[in-house]
Design a protein around this ligand. Structure first.
Ligand code: SF4
Ligand code: SF4
Ligand code: SF4
Length: 246
């Protein structure tokens, strides 16, 4: 068993806020993530059966697209999915070697591949399917929140953000400190009614999702905004449930 870090006063909670209203499902973030991490600290993210009938590989970020008919209107909802850097991360506490850990200073969940034995306990514990086994190296891998970009003092300040955020053509991805109520990401969550995925499980994910706007999924002309937001949140959870059940 591996312990989660003690709460440090003033510590950051770095994470992503993803806008499901403006994500167009283009996969640019997923490709950019794979390219950056293959060439960076994480090392090569392998592909299997590249040109065969069932190509697969290690991807830290995957996009799921659905047709939604919530409120009687049809639209496509795209759900990017990567590690949510949870506060109560069971993927950390189940790890028998200490390879899976959460940083006290900024909340990023990482894997030390030097001591990972590839036992898969963490991937079974993660309800979001965010961990990917590297079958060639025999170790687990996952989103690093681009730790080698965001804290990289060799990069200009403007480039110290995750590759997926920098790439997104519709600006649907936002990066920042969710422990700071005044940060841009915290303000976005507040203004748009950002939600936790599968909140009832109690993992307390740091990443948040901004629901599609009410105009995009009509819920009735006289419905109160709070009720409408909660209906959209429930729809999101149903979409996620379908995604993770596959
Ligand atoms: S696969 Fe690696 S990181 Fe995951 S629980 Fe096992 S040893 Fe820990
Ligand atoms: S933060 Fe970095 S590692 Fe995580 S999904 Fe985005 S590009 Fe990939
Ligand atoms: S790059 Fe942006 S718009 Fe494209 S799938 Fe990713 S989050 Fe959505």
């Amino acid at each position: 068993m591996t312990m989660l870090p003690k709460t440090v006063p003033g510590a950051k909670k770095l994470g992503l806020v993803i806008d499901l209203d403006t994500c167009v499902g283009c996969h640019a973030c997923a490709v950019s993530c794979k390219e950056w991490n293959t060439g960076g600290e994480a090392g090569i993210l392998p592909d299997y059966d590249k040109y065969g009938p069932e190509p697969d590989g290690v991807w830290f970020n995957r996009i799921h697209s659905y047709e939604s008919s919530e409120g009687g209107a049809c639209r496509t909802v795209n759900l990017p999915r990567s590690c949510l850097h949870c506060e109560d991360a069971l993927c950390v506490t189940v790890c028998p070697t200490g390879a899976s850990y959460k940083r006290a200073e900024d909340g990023i969940v990482l894997i030390d591949t030097d001591i990972c034995i590839g036992c898969k306990l963490c991937s079974w514990a993660c309800p979001y399917g965010a961990r990917e086994l590297d079958e060639e190296a025999g170790v687990m891998r996952k989103c690093t929140l681009c730790i080698d970009r965001i804290h990289n003092e060799d990069l200009p300040q403007a480039e110290r953000e995750p590759a997926c955020v920098a790439t997104c053509p519709s600006r649907a991805r936002h990066f920042g400190d969710l422990a700071d109520p005044q940060s841009k990401v915290s303000q976005l969550v507040k203004q748009r009614g950002g939600v936790d995925l599968l909140a009832e499980l109690g993992y307390r994910p740091t990443n948040k999702y901004l629901p599609p706007r009410k105009a995009a999924i009509p819920t009735g002309p006289r419905e109160a905004p709070a009720r409408a937001a909660s209906g959209i949140g429930a729809a999101l959870l149903r979409l996620l449930d379908r995604a993770l059940s596959r």
